[in-house]
Design a protein around this ligand. Structure first.
Ligand code: PLP
Length: 347
């Protein structure tokens, strides 16, 4: 089966990742980490701290970006009276689920459809946040499923203009596919105590099965850190693999280039067809509006070739497909199939 429905990784892990797995000494699992003796959480938080220039104590480690999301929403919404959380309108369905788990009261702020993209309206987000005064504001950059992002200036402008007791979580799970710039993170978390930026090894580094996420938080959250940090350390096998992945940017950058080839192909082949719209994407997936009349034949044609893509069901996006950018030959099959099913549907 070709899984292009959950934004996973259809390429090879880097050689360094494969070597790290092969060379891992099982005896390392017989002991907890000793890095605590040096006042650090993990070899990963130390490495991430070096790579991103953020002090190690402000680095968060977790069981995927999911875990950072869950820990922070649960913690901040369960403490105190204010249980309001603002979430982008078209976004990962799981945000609402996690907020509901802790009786969060969520509201959605809009995303606006433009010529070839969905876009945040930064002024509107600022106005909305000041009016509602939520305990948390969630921003996703790039956003899933729309694929649009916020610039570091826009994140800074939002942080500057909203109440400082609103915790802001920027979910950057899909960052890195277009740019390797991370220099904006340290100044932001240095300046704003109420900011969390969350990242993961599941997307750019292609290891969703490893369950390894990391993030950064502003200063002065000792209680939250004591809540999320693991006293007995982290999974030592995952740590070894994650270190190798973080050291393999060159490999994953080449993969990202192949994904870009896929973006261009969808745009070229489908962008001009009646009833289609190929949205701009800076993530490892692409959102495409299609004539919903071909939904059933398209589902059948893809299933017959063992392909899965995501047929969106969210209100407002029912006529959209979200397709993970896979290997070039996979992209070619999906693109040809969509085109063929559409042409067959024409009178
Ligand atoms: C927007 C978004 N954030 C975070 C995640 C979490 O990924 P993980 O827990 O694998 O790091 C996902 C997974 O698909 C996602 O779509």
């Amino acid at each position: 089966m070709n899984f292009l429905d959950r934004n996973e990784f259809n390429f090879e892990p880097s050689q360094k990742v494969k070597d790290a797995i092969r060379e891992f000494d099982p005896k390392d699992l017989c002991f907890y980490t000793r890095i605590y003796d040096q006042g650090k959480k993990s070899v990963i938080s130390v490495r991430v701290s070096e790579l991103y220039g953020v002090p190690e104590e402000q680095v968060l480690l977790a069981y995927g970006g999911e875990d950072i999301l869950k820990n922070s929403i649960h913690y901040f919404l369960m403490k105190g009276e204010n249980k309001k959380i603002l979430i982008p309108e078209f976004s990962w369905w799981y945000y609402n689920r996690v907020a509901s788990e802790c009786d969060g009261v969520f509201e959605m702020y809009p995303l606006h459809e433009k010529e070839d993209t969905f876009a945040y309206d930064v002024d509107e987000i600022i106005e909305y946040t000041n009016r509602v005064h939520p305990r948390m504001l969630l921003l996703a950059s790039p956003n899933n499923p729309t694929g649009n992002s916020l610039s570091s200036e826009e994140i800074g402008r939002i942080m500057e203009s909203i109440p400082n007791d609103t915790m802001v979580l920027v979910d950057e799970a899909y960052a890195s596919f277009i740019t390797s710039d991370v220099d904006y993170i340290a100044p932001l978390v240095n300046k704003y105590a109420n900011l969390i930026i969350s990242r993961t090894l599941s997307k750019f580094y292609g290891l969703p099965g490893l369950r390894c996420g990391f993030g950064f938080i502003g200063k002065g959250h000792d209680q939250f850190l004591s809540y999320v940090n693991k006293y007995l350390g982290y999974n030592r096998f995952s740590e070894a693999v994650a270190l190798a992945a973080l050291d393999s940017d060159e490999h994953y950058r080449k993969v990202a280039e192949q994904m870009d080839w896929g973006r261009q192909l969808y745009k070229k082949e489908l962008g001009g067809l009646e009833g289609f719209k190929v949205y701009k994407s800076v993530a490892n997936f692409i959102l495409i509006k299609y004539p919903i009349a071909i939904k059933e034949p398209l589902q059948k044609a893809l299933a017959a070739q063992d392909y899965k893509i995501k047929f969106m069901g969210d209100p407002g996006l029912e006529s959209c497909l979200r397709i993970t950018l896979g290997r070039p030959e996979q992209t070619q099959v999906v693109c040809d199939t969509i085109k063929q099913v559409f042409l067959n549907s024409q009178p």
